[in-house]
Design a protein around this ligand. Structure first.
Ligand code: BMA
Length: 337
């Protein structure tokens, strides 16, 4: 179906790769959708953690009412961050793992951040008592992980800054205040911690009302990049239109997800220095607008600065595959200064 109205387009500074970098057929274990991937450079390789939903397919979903049976988080590595991804034989975490705490349903939407010599994970965590934001640590050999802390419900989309600021760990996060803000009026917040366990000094960073094209919710995406001008950060922004129809496998999908760009103060990242007034990345290619589980979804979880001044942005497209967009860091900053 044609792009939803009002038409939102990707900024010309963004270069999207024409093909996804990872899709379900690449995985060595059951997979229906591979998306929302965090990426870092680690020991000379690109390491990707991705979300994998499995247990059905489009035909069975639409015609036999067969739903997903599990969600896992898997790991892949590549020499260039673009192709040649090598997948671990088993996922790092799986909602059907019999050894899992029964209180926890699943982990998903992984972000990976290296701080000093630690590999830290931020994950959404569905539990019997609500959606929580979790922080974990990955072992040096990338084979195992442990949970460090989890927020109270309802919170997710956490992402750590890649270094301590003012001696503290800092994270962006997205609580879901359903009683006080109205349906899905969700904003970006920031909290600080001395040890990754105790979190506090929480402050509002950006309200959804400050993003001109969002009429629904916003949330953090990937770890911000440090620049001389401040922290370069992406966010996701959602506009909802109840007249939107099928748009994917479900009977109706009314939301569109885009990526926006902002600059945060270098010393106090709770202060927004600038927000670019239009989307940076919008769903406007066939895989993003006309195919996949939920069409019109751009959901970045990884952003990397390269030595040559380029930036790689990894995003889930249509909740179906992992795509890559590139830009020059100075071009992105020029939108904000
Ligand atoms: C959000 C999360 C993401 C997903 C997005 C679009 O609420 O569940 O994992 O990509 O919705 O469906």
């Amino acid at each position: 179906m044609p792009a939803v109205l009002p038409t939102l387009t990707t900024h010309p500074f963004i270069r999207k790769r024409s093909e996804p970098v990872v899709t379900a057929v690449d995985l060595p274990y059951p997979s229906a959708l591979v998306f929302n991937a965090g990426v870092i450079k680690y020991r000379g390789e690109y390491v990707m953690l991705f979300r994998n939903d499995y247990g059905t397919n489009q035909y069975a979903y639409e015609n036999l009412n067969q739903r997903f049976t599990g969600t896992s988080v898997g790991i892949a590595r590549s020499k260039n961050g673009i192709d040649g991804w090598v997948f671990d034989a088993v996922p790092l975490m799986d909602s059907n793992d019999p050894a899992k705490d029964p209180e926890i349903g699943r982990f998903y939407d992984p972000r990976i951040i290296q701080i000093e010599n630690r590999l830290l994970l931020c994950l959404a965590m569905d539990t019997r008592h609500g959606i929580r934001g979790a922080i974990g640590e990955l072992s040096e050999d990338l084979r195992s992980w442990k949970l460090i802390s989890a927020s109270v419900p309802e919170n997710r989309n956490m992402v750590l800054f890649p270094e301590k600021i003012g001696g503290e760990y800092v994270r962006l996060e997205r609580p879901m205040p359903v009683y006080s803000r109205g349906r899905d009026r969700f904003d970006i917040w920031l909290s600080r911690s001395p040890d990754l366990v105790y979190w506090g000094k929480s402050e509002l960073v950006l309200g959804v009302e400050n993003v001109p094209w969002a009429n629904d919710k916003i949330g953090p995406t990937a770890a911000p990049i440090k620049t001389e001008k401040g922290w370069l950060a992406l966010f996701h922004a959602v506009d909802r239109d109840e007249t939107r129809g099928k748009n994917g496998w479900e009977k109706q999908w009314t939301k569109r997800y885009t990526a926006g760009l902002m600059l945060l103060d270098p010393e106090d990242p709770a202060k927004v220095l600038s927000v670019y007034r239009e989307p940076l990345i919008a769903p406007d290619t066939p895989i993003e607008t006309d195919a996949g589980f939920r069409e019109n979804v751009i959901f970045p979880c990884g952003m990397l600065a390269e030595d040559d001044g380029s930036v790689k942005i990894y995003y889930g497209a249509s909740d179906t595959c992992v795509c890559l967009a590139e830009a020059d860091i100075n071009d992105l900053l020029s939108l904000l200064l």
